[in-house]
Design a protein around this ligand. Structure first.
Ligand code: NAP
Length: 277
């Protein structure tokens, strides 16, 4: 990946950290887009030390906060260079309904609106790039209500998480449809159940508890990152566009995740919600 520029969100832990390290090891210039800069700086240094690649930088971004996403995009655009890979990887699971400053449900804001806005703002610098979004098989567990994306009428944590991960797939598909002509490759993937800190910080998270209990059955972060790295680098991923992948293969998704109407409507609503319409 010599000469390639890669952006990885959530690169300070878990799957994102592995992907950032691997891109650096392969010679790419890596931009870590992270919320917790202290933790991220320590990881950045460890990546430089482990790979000998000094071209690893850090940009602060809280994806749940659209102002922070805009500021991050400004900083990246000000570098006046193109990017070859954007890994929309950061994500959260919350056991309780919380809202960001603009009244959007926090998982929806972080897992979908933030990456949507970041990608949108960076589009002028993504010609011919690969955009890879970390989704989850959890998207199969939700009833997708396009008129209640902020889960005001009904909030079930695991279902709302699934809604945001379904948004990831619809977004990846629609981005491929709209920007494929400019050579943008856009895919989403499920990393498998992975032993990271995911969902485990929030007190009272039953999902986090289940992940901790079942940790011996979980994949390593390296294994979890494999399909993402494959989509960012392989020739095989170029043969298709807008797909959902598991274990380096195109995988089955629900009718909702394949719906052109839902993808279009989600795009329209996301433009309105993020102010890019
Ligand atoms: N682990 C699994 O079993 C599993 C399964 C399916 C899908 N996934 C998906 O995989 C992705 C990566 O998760 P992981 O397993 O590697 O978990 P992780 O280690 O907890 O990583 C999540 C990353 O997202 C970042 N993040 C969270 N909220 C953010 C915000 N508001 N702004 C910016 N960054 C934020 C975290 O940063 P902080 O350090 O600041 O919190 C962290 O770097 C997620 O999208 C998740 O949905 C995971």
């Amino acid at each position: 990946m010599n000469g390639k520029r890669c952006i990885v969100t959530g690169a300070n832990s878990g799957i994102g950290e592995v992907m950032a390290r691997e891109f650096a090891r392969r010679g790419a210039e890596v931009v870590m887009v992270c919320r917790n800069v202290d933790k991220a700086e320590a990881v950045r240094r460890s990546i430089v030390d482990a790979t000998g690649n000094r071209a690893v930088s850090l940009v602060r971004c809280d994806l749940s906060d659209l102002d922070s996403v805009n500021a991050c995009a400004e900083e990246l655009l000000s570098r006046d260079v193109g990017f070859d890979v954007l890994m929309n990887n950061a994500g959260i699971y919350l056991p309780r309904r919380e809202e960001n400053a603009r009244g959007h449900e926090m998982m929806f804001a972080t897992n979908h609106l933030g990456p949507f806005l970041l990608t949108h703002r960076l589009l002028p610098r993504l010609e011919g790039a690969r955009v890879v979004t970390t989704s989850s098989m959890g998207h199969k567990l939700c009833q997708f209500r396009i008129d209640d994306l902020d889960a005001r009428r009904r909030f079930l944590p695991i279902e709302q998480y699934g809604v945001t991960k379904l948004c990831n797939i619809l977004f990846a598909r629609e981005l491929a449809r709209r920007e494929g002509g400019r050579g943008i490759l856009s895919h989403a993937f499920h990393p498998g159940p992975v032993a990271t800190g995911f969902a485990q910080d929030a007190p009272g998270s039953l999902f986090g508890y289940a992940l901790r209990l079942g940790k011996f059955a979980l994949r390593t972060p390296e294994r979890g990152a494999r399909t993402g790295i494959f989509l960012a680098t392989s020739k095989e991923a170029e043969a298709k566009n807008g797909e959902y992948w598991v274990d380096e293969k195109v995988a089955w998704t629900t009718p909702a995740a394949r719906s052109r109407e839902l993808a279009l409507e989600l795009w329209r609503l996301s433009e309105l919600m993020t102010g890019v319409a």
